[in-house]
Design a protein around this ligand. Structure first.
Ligand code: GAL
Ligand code: MG
Length: 976
């Protein structure tokens, strides 16, 4: 007999968004529920209409079968824009993996007489529910829960069999075409709960900045009419708010109508309310009780309430009347072992990390996240742009106006709003991502605007029609990857009507996020610009066993450290599971590694978001500024640190002035600047003074820095008489500690930005990766040896001059390179050499301690640093240029017996010391393929190209390019 649910073929019927599903609501039923997580019987069918009847294996719920052995050969697949199959919407392919999950559930006997509900946290992409063989319901939307009333299906005290059939490909897949791995399974918890027949069907909390609190309750009774005399009450932090006498029968002319509607409101004004914002996320505990006519409690709903306002005034987005900067990131639900299932602890760790690095906002790209994420955002203080699960990227144009999908658009947006409306953290609704713009969007926007007038709405696809267009479904101009100049021009045009907050900017793929500081300089100096969301939080690398190519799954726990997979494992990206169609490493574009290890860009971001800044140094004092919106500086402690070029570092406690947000104060230097010591830098090490919810006391929050004294200009010293420099016939320096003499380098292992931005292609056309060196002359003049060489590429020749002069203890190298006009944008101009093995410690005076580049160096203060060479390298998933340090003045590279080399540079330069040649990095596709060399590969660059973000978005700014023409640099090499 055909199953009635399958007979509908709901996987190819976009009009069918659900059947038998209860309305979405904001009542949390997790506590007191019967959890149904754990191992379920499982079989994977080749298609949804294939018969069930094969052998059962088992699968862990919540989880995706694509990451578990039960999934056999249906492995993760990564595509960005394109669908993984050619069928047009609403069709799905004939080969359509379908997971059948089954388990028993013992319905408690004390649930007799109660209303019983099954909740499936999330299933992708179509869920069919049967209980004891009876069809119960259908649901779509892979990122929202579905509830089904089982009161008449199960019997308390008895055992029932629940079967969840999950169809992987469907009409819904065409509107879930987000840039991420494709999986199949049940990704969030399943539970069974019971309520009284008289129950709270929904609770809507509106808590305003002025203390006004409205709690609207929707009450239902499964027996039909509501009993005469029911009422609701609420208490806030234990203080009773209102009781029966005060409740207000909304929309009702007489009591009968109100009872019939089942609507009630608790209304109160809280005096001296502590308000909520991302800096001080004050929450109150609200308990709503539904009473039977005799006063006994039938149902309870608990909420954490934050009093705050959000509004747009002119072109400013205001939170509690303040024009807040949005320092956001896009976050997917991702985990390297489970794919899509994330635990509460994982989400907490994500958000804690974001707070520590100065973020104050998340866009839930590109679907409603796990409900716990919003609880955590409320608690830790993060603004949320809550985004509906709609992305039809590959077929955007067809779907946006397709009436068959109208219902799905409204369903997805409205259910998100109904679920998340009570979270103070949610300040903006988003209609979805990259789905063109059509009538289906306007329909969904209409629903939101009527239902929740308290929050702005955004949609990039609509904003694209015109940033200032009042008629499109976006209250915010929210472009993606708009160049800084375009944003500034818009803000200055006089045409701007909406806040400009980029929904995606600064693409974090590989070694990236160049010009982040330039973005923020523009934002903070241009009224109308308010921030944006970095793309994105995660590198979605899946932990994979190299031996059999399968996901390590939950067994991989702990098999990674510091961003690197354990031996025998790697971080898989697109193509690594043998998918013929994929989009490669484009899935690895986050500010954290797959194990949440911070990439260097996070330190850059932290500094740009610093709550305390040093404005300038003048008259023996500095000007400090409070850059927060709501908080004083009393939650911070500080120490000053003075770094002198001569190697001295002096520190002491620093007193932070009492500054309100936006205020500045002149503060005298807490020490006398020593007369000698050369170049001098003052760093303020700012830490949390007490425990914060997201950082224990003493956590560094920022380290603003100011230069107190510039380096004196020094003339190069005279040649050391009587000493010689050895240069061979090929014009190469001979030095006992170098295994490869310094030669010219114009190439770097292309970053993802270099590759996808087409920049590396130009370098290859010019032959910069295969330059052929030819020595032209070697001239001895006194103690000085001058070498002229030519480096021939396919498109031109570079003339390189090196002058070697013996100096006390070593050699001074003075170089110049003349790039022909054809080479007008190269990776670097500088020297590269290699050292003997054993020089494993780098000490330097310059920017650090983490990796920095010319257009990503604001977060790396000047100081004296020391790190093992092996820790200098950043293990980006796809090997590329990495490990650079900007602004290096001098460094020593030493062995454990203190032998080694010291290099002094004529001016602060980009330096890198790694175990890899540029060609080693270029040849490897994954980090685990790299074989470290014994010695060090040292680059000193006269000029190094900025990183930009051209893998998706603008390239670096012109000022960070390395142009053609003559470049000069000099350095001194000494043995220790
Ligand atoms: C955007 C898109 C994101 C992601 C990003 C590139 O266009 O909204 O989902 O694909 O580009 O990584
Ligand atoms: Mg996309």
């Amino acid at each position: 007999m055909t199953d009635p649910l399958s007979a509908l073929r709901p996987w190819e019927a976009p009009e069918v968004t659900s059947w038998g599903r209860l309305p979405m609501n904001a009542v949390d039923r997790r506590s007191g529920a019967l959890p149904l997580d754990g191992d379920w019987r499982f079989q994977l069918l080749p298609a949804p209409d294939a018969p069930v009847g094969g052998a059962w294996s088992s699968s862990y719920v919540p989880g995706v079968w694509t990451m578990q052995s039960a999934g056999a050969d249906d492995l993760p697949q990564y595509t960005n824009v394109r669908m993984p199959y050619t069928e047009f919407p609403p069709q799905s392919p004939a080969a359509n993996p379908t997971g059948v999950y089954e388990r028993e559930m013992d319905v408690p006997d004390d649930w007799a007489g109660r209303r019983i509900v099954l909740q499936v946290g999330a299933a992708e992409s179509v869920l069919l529910v049967h209980v004891d063989g009876r069809p119960v319901g259908i649901s779509k939307d892979s990122h929202l829960a579905a509830e089904f009333d089982l009161t008449d299906v199960v019997r308390p005290g008895e055992r029932s069999v629940v079967r969840l059939t999950v169809v992987k490909w469907s009409d819904a897949s065409h509107i879930e075409d987000q840039d991420q791995w494709w999986h199949g399974g049940i990704t969030r918890s399943v539970l069974l709960y019971a309520t009284d027949p008289l129950y709270l069907a929904d609770v809507t909390v509106r808590a305003a900045y002025d203390g006004d609190l409205r709690v609207d309750c929707r009450v239902r009774d499964t027996r039909g009419a509501l009993p005469e005399g029911w009422y609701v009450s609420g208490d806030l932090d234990g203080r009773l708010l209102a009781q029966d006498t005060e409740f207000d029968r909304v929309n009702a002319e007489d009591d009968r109508v109100s009872d019939f509607l089942g609507e009630a409101r608790v209304h109160a004004t809280i005096p001296d309310v502590r308000t909520w914002n991302a800096e001080t996320p004050e929450l109150y505990d609200l308990t709503v009780r539904l009473h039977r006519p005799d006063g006994t409690v039938a149902d309870i709903s608990r909420h954490r309430v934050g009093f705050r306002d959000v509004e747009i005034v002119g072109r400013d987005l205001l939170v509690n009347g303040e024009r807040v900067y949005i320092r956001g990131v896009n976050r997917h639900d991702f985990h390297p072992l489970t794919g899509r299932t994330v635990s509460y602890d994982d989400m907490r760790a994500d958000l804690v990390l974001l707070k520590r690095f100065g973020f104050n906002a998340i866009r839930t790209s590109h679907y409603p996240n796990d409900p716990a994420l919003y609880d955590l955002a409320d608690e830790l203080g993060l603004y949320v742009v809550d985004e509906a699960d709609i992305e039809s990227h590959d077929h955007a144009h067809e779907i946006a106006d397709d009436p068959r999908y109208l219902n799905a658009f409204v369903d997805r947006v409205s259910r998100m709003v109904l679920r998340d409306k009570n979270h103070p953290s949610v300040i903006i609704w988003s209609l979805g991502n990259e789905s063109d713009y059509g009538a289906n969007h306007d329909a969904a926007a209409g629903w939101v605007r009527r239902h929740d007038p308290t929050r702005p709405l955004q949609y990039e696809g609509a904003a694209k029609r015109g940033w200032a267009d009042p008629d499109v479904a976006s209250d915010i101009a929210c472009p993606m990857y708009a160049p800084i100049v375009d944003c500034v021009a818009h803000a200055l045009s006089g045409e701007q009507t909406k806040p400009l907050i980029q929904c995606e900017y600064s693409h974090a793929m590989g070694n990236s996020n160049g010009t982040l500081a330039d973005h923020w300089a523009a934002i903070e100096s241009t009224p109308g610009l308010q921030g944006g969301f970095i793309w994105e939080f995660w590198d979605h690398g899946i932990l994979q066993r190299v031996s059999d190519g399968r996901p390590a799954g939950r067994a991989g726990a702990g098999l990674y450290d510091n961003g690197v997979a354990a031996p025998g494992h790697r971080w898989a990206y697109g193509g690594d599971f043998g998918e013929p169609l994929h989009d490669g490493a484009f899935i690895a574009d986050g500010v954290v590694f797959p194990d949440r290890t911070a990439k260097p860009v996070l330190y850059e971001h932290r500094e740009l978001a610093a709550p305390v800044r040093i404005r300038c140094y003048q008259h023996e004092g500095i000007v400090l500024a409070n850059h927060q919106h709501f908080r004083g500086l009393d939650w911070l402690a500080a120490r000053w640190e003075l770094s002198l070029a001569d190697g001295r570092v002096l520190t002491g406690p620093a007193e932070l002035p009492d500054l309100r947000p936006g205020e500045t104060a002149a503060v005298p230097l807490p020490f006398t600047l020593p007369e000698d010591g050369g170049e001098a830098w003052l760093t303020l090490r700012v830490t949390t003074a007490e425990d914060e919810a997201w950082a224990p006391r003493g956590t560094e929050v920022c380290a603003p820095q100011v230069r107190l004294r510039a380096a004196a200009v020094t003339e190069p010293g005279p040649a050391a008489p009587g000493r010689t420099v050895r240069v061979d016939d090929d014009g190469l320096l001979v030095h006992p500690l170098l295994t490869a003499a310094p030669v010219l380098s114009l190439w770097r292992a292309p970053t993802d930005n270099d590759e996808l931005g087409g920049i590396a292609r130009r370098w290859r056309t010019w032959g910069l990766d295969t330059l052929v060196r030819k020595v032209v002359s070697v001239r001895h003049e006194g103690e000085t040896v001058t070498v002229l060489a030519e480096y021939a590429g396919t498109a031109g020749v570079v003339r390189h001059r090196q002058e070697f002069t013996p100096v006390e203890g070593g050699v001074r190298v003075t170089e110049s390179a003349e790039l022909p006009p054809e080479f007008d944008d190269v990776a670097r101009v500088g020297s590269v050499f290699e050292t003997v093995p054993g020089l494993d410690l780098l000490e330097w005076f310059g920017q650090g301690p983490w990796e920095s580049y010319p257009d990503r160096s604001t977060g790396a203060p000047v100081g004296h640093y020391a790190l093992p060479v092996d820790e200098l390298f950043t293990p980006y998933l796809r090997p590329q240029e990495s490990g650079g340090r900007h602004g290096v003045r001098r460094f020593r590279l030493s062995a454990s017996d203190a032998t080694g080399i010291a290099v002094e540079l004529d001016e602060p330069r980009q330096v890198s010391v790694t175990r890899y040649r540029a060609e080693d990095l270029t040849a490897a596709a994954h980090h685990d393929e790299l074989v470290p060399r014994q010695g060090c590969v040292v680059h000193l660059d006269a000029a190094h190209r900025g990183l930009g973000t051209a893998s998706c978005g603008p390239d670096t700014a012109p000022s960070y390019l390395v142009p053609a023409g003559v470049h000069r640099w000099s350095w001194t090499l000494r043995a220790l």
